[in-house]
Design a protein around this ligand. Structure first.
Ligand code: MG
Length: 458
């Protein structure tokens, strides 16, 4: 039976430090995780947040008190820690990060021995131990050891390089601007790029857990400095990472910022040339562009619920080698089936170098879709009923109900209506080959949704 209460959200445990997430709570969570890892060896690391060292020590205390050995990676990007867990044959990992959340937040991601975040079933085991206050502590003579694990970033940078044509990239002498969000994005990517023969200019590369440069979510409104610097310096590429450097958003040489599903579609296009017939995994929130590229390249799209852990687990289950999200997450299976900002950057450079084309040109060559977004207020307790009614109304259409309702139309347009996991709203994403059609679709379905909500009893 699953626990009625939850600790884990869609991306681990998150909260405001010293309010929802205190050292004491974190230590109790770590003892529950320690019981789950059954006296195994667990790698622990953190991002650049001010609370990282404090909460990491609470994790280490909790793990060793349950007989686990704690290996310390220090301050590292999440994908570097994930890679180290796998390549050192450890039993698991814990990274202290709140990813793209503002600086007052922190969080915990628990990793399995393959470096992928644990499944929901595994999370439930930790939650049950935590909420039922099950005994976890071992006797004084069985307490685990604490050791440093140096070189996590060295091994990671080498692993990324092994998947691209380093000579072809080096020959181009690219100039790349990296916006590291004052966090761990500055620890691996600039070095990787220099080793790939690029000239690197960094922005917000000083580690500062107050995030003075920009908010750690790599959304276009936070990336105007990067866009300007790329353009003014005449650089070939700009890249911005989120707070734990698993997501990357790219800026072309003209300073234009591109959404994640567009750059993912580019990676997909070239991936399918060398991996014909492969399955490509992506959440229903991604653009139809991703599907069109798969169809024209002889691949097959597997749609999933929204959430990076679902993408990783689906890839693992199917043995799929590529996944991607519209928020800038690219999962490159030959390296590791998790989002990885440095790997994504190397893949984009690899495509630029091999084709000899600029990023703007490569992206202009992709089919064009126009996107219109909206949201409709809906009380939490009504969401399920509203969605069920909507699905009933659109039954005759081409609908995917894996997460919300995604409706596809013959002309290539589509709309996703999805209850938000964090706000009392339904989010709507319409896309089409023309802006007018996208706007019309958004209007039509916003109206339909409002009517459903109005007509519900209560
Ligand atoms: Mg992240």
């Amino acid at each position: 039976m699953s626990s009625p209460k939850r600790l884990f959200g869609t991306n681990g445990i998150r909260g405001v430090v010293n309010e929802e997430l205190t050292a004491e709570t974190v230590m109790r969570i770590a003892t529950a995780a320690g019981k789950f890892f059954e006296r195994g060896s667990v790698l622990v690391g953190h991002d650049a947040r001010t609370s990282g060292p404090m909460l990491t020590r609470a994790i280490v205390a909790g793990l060793t008190a349950t007989g686990c050995n704690a290996f310390l990676a220090g301050m590292v990007p999440t994908p570097a820690l994930q890679y180290a867990v796998k390549c050192h044959g450890l039993d698991g990992g814990i990274i202290v990060t709140a990813s793209h959340n503002p600086p007052e937040y922190n969080g915990i991601k628990v990793l399995w021995k393959d470096g992928i975040e644990i499944s929901r079933d595994q999370e439930v085991k930790i939650e049950e131990t935590y909420f039922n206050a099950e005994p976890c502590l071992v006797a004084w003579d069985s307490i685990g050891e604490i050791r440093d694990l140096p070189g996590v970033i060295d091994v990671y940078v080498e692993a990324v390089k092994a998947h691209v044509d380093t000579a072809a990239i080096a020959q181009k002498n690219y100039h790349v601007v990296v916006d590291a969000a004052n966090s761990v994005g500055s620890l691996a990517a600039p070095r990787l790029l220099r080793e790939l023969g690029c000239k690197v200019t960094t922005l917000n590369a000083n580690i500062d857990g107050t995030f003075p440069g920009r908010l750690p979510e790599p959304r276009p409104e936070n990336l105007s400095d990067l866009s300007r610097v790329v353009k003014v310096l005449g650089a070939n590429l700009g890249v911005a990472y989120d707070g734990d450097a698993d997501r990357s958003v790219f800026v072309d040489e003209t300073g234009e910022i591109h959404m994640g599903d567009k750059t993912f579609a580019l990676v997909e296009k070239y991936f399918l040339k060398s991996h014909p017939g492969e399955q490509v995994v992506t959440p229903v929130s991604s653009s139809r562009l991703v599907q069109e590229i798969a169809e024209s390249g002889g691949g097959k799209i597997v749609w999933t619920k929204v959430g990076s852990v679902t993408v990783s687990h689906t890839m693992k289950k199917l043995g799929a080698e590529l996944g991607g999200e519209e928020n800038g997450g690219i999962f490159y299976g030959p390296h590791q089936p998790v989002r990885d900002g440095a790997m994504s950057t190397a893949l984009i450079l690899d495509i630029m170098a091999k084709t000899g084309q600029k990023l703007s040109q490569l992206l202009v060559d992709l089919p064009e879709y126009f996107i219109e977004k909206g949201k409709i207020e809906c009380r939490e307790e009504l969401k399920e009923k509203v969605l069920a009614t909507l699905l009933e109304e659109v039954k005759g259409l081409n609908v995917n109900a894996i997460d919300g309702a995604k409706i596809w139309f013959e002309d290539g347009s589509g709309i996703l209506l999805r209850p938000s996991g964090t706000e009392q709203v339904f989010r709507l994403y319409a896309e089409a080959k023309t802006r007018e059609r996208a706007a019309d679709l958004l209007e039509e379905y916003a109206k339909k949704l409002k009517e459903i909500i109005r007509n519900l009893p209560g």
